[in-house]
Design a protein around this ligand. Structure first.
Ligand code: GTP
Ligand code: MG
Length: 351
């Protein structure tokens, strides 16, 4: 795990036991172990942007917060806590993309807290709602850990236009800041412009991009992993073409890509990141289910949280198919990728 992440996690308030277990696992990043311990934290100190999760996500979630906030203010001004109060709360959560299962669970938990604390004033409920949402989201707060056999291969997959290539550009920068040597594989051979787009991100980060004109995606990524082994590269990030969960032949193709990577290096790919556009709403769960069944998704990047996304889909994921949210995208720029932090996220949604 990045050293600066450990710092960040320590700062995070009350978590469920589950997440405590997840984040307290003592990992010994092979690469960082051989370097002065301070390096990553020095990098982090020089880059205050990495810590400004709260601010950027707060700006990003302005529209969500304004809408949600207005609804909640009205709700919390209700005279008493009764069934119609909970029905209104249910509607608010559902319209924020939280999904039925997570909404039911949150309402049950809020009801329990109300009873236990003998609360009768509706205005006190906000803190319970925040608490239980944070607990739920904390179960999928598990940062990326680059601590397995090298090269560590990250395969990036998802539906068309969700932000895969852009996220690779941003992630490359974060990993370079954590002192990793990176190689990018242009595994989207479907569109001619795709490798050009990736080449631009390669230049911005001063990182080599392996591509082939008219190449087979599996062959391009195989070449990149082989080259990474020869050059002692730590991390290979492989882009792939966008595909819909309904396009069976393309889902089959991506499982083949995974198999080929595994033939080149039997621990790889160590990470399969699904990139989800936050504006997708409840369809995100469907995307996750199909990509997970085909590939075994190990982590998620939620992009475009700076737009008009309602933001509740993360809670739906936590409840229905809890795959760790590694990062969130809060803009199109190279610094607009944030390590997901449940407490800060909930704070940005509500306050
Ligand atoms: N506002 C905003 N825009 C983003 C974010 N991430 C990506 N984008 C934009 O979304 C658009 C699509 O991004 P790409 O990275 O090309 O998406 P992709 O998934 O690689 O697309 P395909 O390869 O065509 O499937 C671009 O205009 C990006 O700048 C984000 O977090 N916020
Ligand atoms: Mg792309």
């Amino acid at each position: 795990m990045f050293e600066f992440l450990k710092k960040l996690i320590k700062k995070t308030p009350a978590k469920s036991n589950k997440i405590k277990k997840l984040t307290s696992k003592k990992s010994t990043p092979m690469l960082l172990a051989s370097k002065p311990k301070a390096i990553a934290s020095v990098v982090a100190e020089k880059k205050p942007g990495l810590f400004s999760f709260g601010e950027k996500i707060k700006v990003g979630l302005t529209k969500t917060r304004e809408k949600l906030g207005a609804q909640l203010i009205e709700l919390f001004h209700a005279k008493k806590i009764d069934e119609s109060f909970y029905e209104d709360l249910e509607m608010i959560l559902l319209s924020s993309d939280v999904g039925i299962a997570a909404t039911n669970m949150l309402i049950d938990n809020v009801k329990f807290s109300v009873k236990q604390n003998k609360v009768t004033d509706p205005s006190k409920l906000k803190s319970f709602l925040k608490l239980h949402l944070t607990e739920l989201l904390a179960t999928i707060e598990q940062p990326l850990s680059i601590n397995q056999t090298y090269p560590f291969v990250i395969m990036v997959v998802g539906v068309n236009g969700t932000g895969k290539t852009t996220s690779i550009g941003k992630l490359t920068k974060l990993l370079i800041e954590d002192k990793h040597k990176i190689l990018i594989a242009a595994g989207d051979t479907f569109r001619a412009a795709a490798s050009e787009q990736l080449a631009v991100w390669g230049e911005r980060n001063d990182v080599q991009v392996i591509s082939q004109s008219n190449g087979d995606p599996s062959a391009v990524i195989f070449d990149a992993v082989t080259s990474a082994k020869a050059k002692n590269i730590d991390v290979v990030i492989a882009d792939t073409a966008g595909r819909l969960p309904t396009q069976k032949h393309l889902i089959d193709e991506i499982t083949k890509i995974k198999r080929v990577i595994n033939k080149c290096h039997n621990h790889a790919p160590q990470e399969i990141l699904l990139v989800i556009d936050a504006n997708t709403g409840q369809n995100a769960i469907n995307q996750l289910k199909i990509f997970d069944a085909a590939l075994g998704i190990t982590g998620i990047i939620i992009t475009k949280l700076d737009g008009t996304a309602k933001g509740g889909v993360l809670a739906a994921i936590a409840k229905e198919l809890p795959v760790p949210i590694r990062f969130i995208g809060v803009g199109e720029g190279i610094d607009d990728l944030r390590i997901f932090n449940a407490a800060d996220y909930v704070e940005a949604m509500f306050e």
